[in-house]
Design a protein around this ligand. Sequence first.
Ligand SMILES: [Zn+2]
Ligand SMILES: [Zn+2]
Length: 456
Amino acid sequence: MTPAPQGAAASVVVATSCPRCGAPLELGETANATRCGHCRAHLAVTGRGQTLSYQIAPRVSPADARSLVRFAQPNNGTHHHVGDPRLFLFPYYRLTGLELRWTRAPEPERQRPRATPRFANGEAELLAIASAIAIARQPRPLHSPLFGGRWVERNVAACDTAGLASYSLGIRPSVLRLELFRPDPAATAVAPTYAAEQALDLAKAAGPDGPAPLHTTMLARHLSVVYFPYWVIDVRATDRHRCVIVDGTSSSIVASDIDPDVLMRLAAPRMPAVRTLGFRPLVCPNCGWDLPEDPDQVVFHCQSCMRAWELSCDGLASIPYAVAPIPKGTDSEYEMLPVWILDRPGAESHDRVFAPAFHFRNVRRAVDLGRSLTRIAAEPPEHADCDRPLGRCHLDRADGAAFGRFVLAGLQPDGLPPTDGSSAHAPTLAWLPFRVGPYALHEPRTGTALPKRLLP
Ligand SMILES: [Zn+2]
Ligand SMILES: [Zn+2]
């Protein structure tokens, strides 16, 4: 269901090495799985759901940074002693995700009486009165909330940089080649001192200008800490000592008159324990079969032993699933696509909520499919075996639950998910059949058509 990230986020790569053969390995920032181009090992990415730490390697050499600062000194007869560059790493929080929201629909306008033709007699007036009565009796249409969705990418300083590092990472995505963070005794890593939620100001980020959202949720959320390199160079003249800061990726002077004590204070807090991305073999834990290395996939189905595995923080956990039968008496071709089903026993309406979990480029259509299946309360499948390939699942259970609550909120007149706890259950995973047409896949029970061009 999740669309590919657009723009900068899509181009951000993590450069690391294969844990099996040591060859260089590059993968997308949000990838869940990859394959080594050298030894062909299928690899699952561990650390999912954690705040992982990365660093950006300096591209400006210390010698270049020093000569940049030396040439920038005023030629006024005073001798400036330019010291050796020291590498400082400043922390930024980086958040990406797919934000969905419901906003209040504008009040529907009632239809105005049309100008009535003029007649010589009183007929015109009678027509006008009849029309006004008819309009007054129109039921007020129930208007469902309006859907909005966007890919969010935010980079903000994770500590009070006292105006030192006013650069935002997001401005220059071309430099966003991330490496795993490694403590280096030769570099001073500045500890994050802001809490992520506070620094990212998620409430403010929740909606662009316009009406306040009724309900928002974020899927495929990735939060990381990225350490950005700066060279710090002491400049001493007869009467004063100050620091100049050079951007480690673009050879530009960021600040030229910094009190050395400010830098000492920034470097003082102890670094918290950091966690970095890792790998484990992407093979079925039950039978050893290679699982497909789709980077966006999060539930992997083993075509050998038919088990399904969800990628969690540190490994693959077995997950139950069901497969709906292909409708009988048809020669059509069918494709199986995954949905999360949120059961709400005892709820007054919508006692089964459906959240599509496959990759689809138009989220609105996926929301519409979820609402249609929920409205008809489609029967949940019970079978657990299927001899045909199962479509790839791109939402994990937590995102499936969040998306289900979002679909449910969109079916309420107030655009809010019910607060009775009925949607708090863990969802179950199922694959449903879609009839393959020339241009679209068709969900047989609701008639919803998913254009093939919107499927990968
Ligand atoms: Zn390898
Ligand atoms: Zn298996």
